[in-house]
Design a protein around this ligand. Structure first.
Ligand code: URA
Length: 236
């Protein structure tokens, strides 16, 4: 898609924050421009900075494995980060760096229009759930700003804490179930307008009033029906 390529060029040329001075390569993101799922990491690490590509180190190998476990490849999804340039020594991105870079992710979301966004880890989580806890919010779909947000632990968490591996595997299976419940890929014709009953479950955390909690164990929706627990919010 021309617009995504142009956006990537702007990311590579960006000098808005101090990370530009220490990067080897900016890492705009990669994947399908029409992906149904957008994964959002924290920021490039050493290997990503060298190659200019997201999730190409050890955490990336685990992410690839997890994608394969639910029948997806990197080409099926889009992979981006909160900040597009590596923070030195892999420190956490600073608030001003996150703020300076946020519009790039917003633009990626608008262009790709994914049905599901998967924040990986607490930094990405905070884009949709400021102050939220990844351990409490993980592996449940909630609607924020009209899109389904399905947070997962960052893949690197499994590398640092082997005990989390089984949890992350199970959480990816739940993501696969959610995607299956959404049915066939987006039709090319506009969706017909339908009214839906209000959600029966309150949001788990009241950060955003429009958030809807969608249990991943809901039965599959019909291909042309709204997702389980669909609300009066716009379809995604
Ligand atoms: N960790 C991230 O958050 N992003 C990457 O691209 C690689 C590792």
């Amino acid at each position: 898609m021309v617009e995504l390529a142009a956006l990537a060029d702007r990311v590579r040329a960006c000098t808005t924050c101090a990370l530009a001075a220490t990067r080897t390569n900016a890492v705009p993101g990669e994947g399908s421009p029409t992906a149904r799922v957008l994964f959002v990491g924290e920021g490039p690490g050493y290997n990503e900075d060298r190659q200019g590509r997201p999730f190409v180190g050890a955490a990336g190998s685990f992410l690839n494995q997890m994608l394969a476990s639910i029948g997806l490849s990197r080409e099926d999804v889009y992979i981006a980060n909160m900040v597009k340039c590596r923070p030195p020594e892999n420190r956490d991105p600073l608030p001003e760096e996150l703020a300076a870079c946020a519009h790039f992710l917003d633009e990626q979301i608008a262009l790709i229009a994914p049905r599901v966004i998967v924040p990986l880890g607490r930094h990405a989580l905070s884009r949709w759930f400021p102050g939220g806890s990844i351990s409490r919010l993980r592996a449940k779909a909630r609607r924020v700003e009209g899109r389904l947000i399905f947070p997962l632990y960052h893949p690197a968490a499994a590398l640092h804490n082997g005990g989390l591996r089984a949890t992350i595997e199970a959480d990816f299976r739940a993501l696969g179930d959610l995607l299956a419940s959404l049915g066939a890929p987006e039709p090319s014709t506009p969706q017909r307008a339908t009214t839906h009953p209000p959600p029966t479950e309150p949001p788990a955390e009241a950060h955003r009033p429009s958030t809807t909690h969608l249990p991943p164990t809901e039965p599959p929706a019909e291909a042309d029906q709204p997702p389980p627990g669909g609300s009066q919010l716009p379809m995604f």
